[in-house]
Design a protein around this ligand. Structure first.
Ligand SMILES: Nc1ncnc2c1ncn2[C@@H]1O[C@H](COP(=O)(O)OP(=O)(O)O)[C@@H](O)[C@H]1O
Ligand SMILES: [Mg+2]
Length: 253
């Protein structure tokens, strides 16, 4: 279970996260949706123990992220927005490095790597330098490296970016499997149809604040809209603006 209470993160004069609270129960996929710059990545980095909050409280399976950042990293798998990889290693070398940092027994590591490599069709890239691989392939390597220690909690920041349709579907099925096993997943995406498909609940974050939260159905009712995209645009005050921008474009053509 993840409990976020009145979380604040300030960078200089920017209040990136401005007092947000939410809870993610076991076996739940929670979607963080919000326009660029609204504070999603900052929130997720705090949940993963990567950066410290300015104030507020975050408990992951009862552990305080500020007090036990190393322990948090053992139970959390974090997939950053932009893959952080070593260009001059091959995927196999990188997975072995992650395995040794994580203390994963060799047989187990090999077994897990093989399963993921097969699922994401990475076999032919295993011995090429990471620096030479495409964005989507790097994204897959980043994903796998976050899953190798079999984390109880998954924090995934726009992790479907760059994945081909088949890999995106495999990842989606994998997330549903993790959910069925009772793990927690926090997920950010701009692909609202995807959020609508897999999230049990979503929080709409805007200017560092959660401005609406609930199941997709609850949000549709709340905003009097028929799909999540319209809900999102209405709540983030973009709907009228988009209409006038498109009108202006039409008139100028
Ligand atoms: N390390 C940082 N230093 C200064 N400002 C930052 C830093 N990280 C994020 N910000 C600022 O915090 C705000 C929220 O950013 P972010 O959490 O990345 O949003 P999102 O992921 O929703 O696009 C933005 O205004 C961004 O410029
Ligand atoms: Mg982001």
């Amino acid at each position: 279970m993840i409990e976020v209470e009145n979380l604040v993160k300030v960078f200089g004069s920017t209040r990136a996260v401005n007092g947000i609270s939410f809870t993610v129960h076991d076996g739940e996929i929670y979607g963080l949706l919000g326009p660029n710059g609204s504070g999603k990545s900052t929130t997720m980095k705090i949940l993963a123990g990567i950066i410290k909050p300015t104030s507020g409280k975050v408990l992951v399976n009862g552990l305080d992220v500020s007090k036990a950042p190393m322990k948090i990293k053992e139970i959390v798998g974090y997939v950053p927005e932009t893959p952080v990889l070593y260009e001059s290693l091959t995927p196999v070398e990188f997975f072995n490095l992650i395995g040794s940092i994580r203390g994963i027994p060799k047989d187990e590591l090999e077994d897990r790597v093989n399963r993921f490599v097969e699922a994401f069709e990475l076999k032919s890239y295993l011995h090429k330098y990471i620096g030479s691989l495409s964005f989507g392939t790097r994204q897959k390597i980043s994903l796998i490296s976050a899953l190798l220690h079999d984390p109880e909690v998954l924090i995934m920041d726009e992790s479907m970016n760059g994945l081909d349709p088949k890999s995106a579907r495999i990842l989606r099925e994998l997330l549903l499997e993790f959910k069925a096993e009772g793990r927690n997943i926090v997920f950010s995406t701009h692909v609202l149809q995807l959020a609508e498909m897999i999230c049990d609940r979503v929080g709409v974050i805007y200017n560092g604040e959660i401005i609406a939260e609930g199941t997709v159905e609850e949000l549709k009712e709340f905003a009097h809209e028929e799909n999540l995209e319209d809900v999102f645009l209405k709540l983030t005050e973009s709907k009228d603006e988009i209409y006038s921008v498109v009108q202006a474009l039409k008139e100028s053509l």
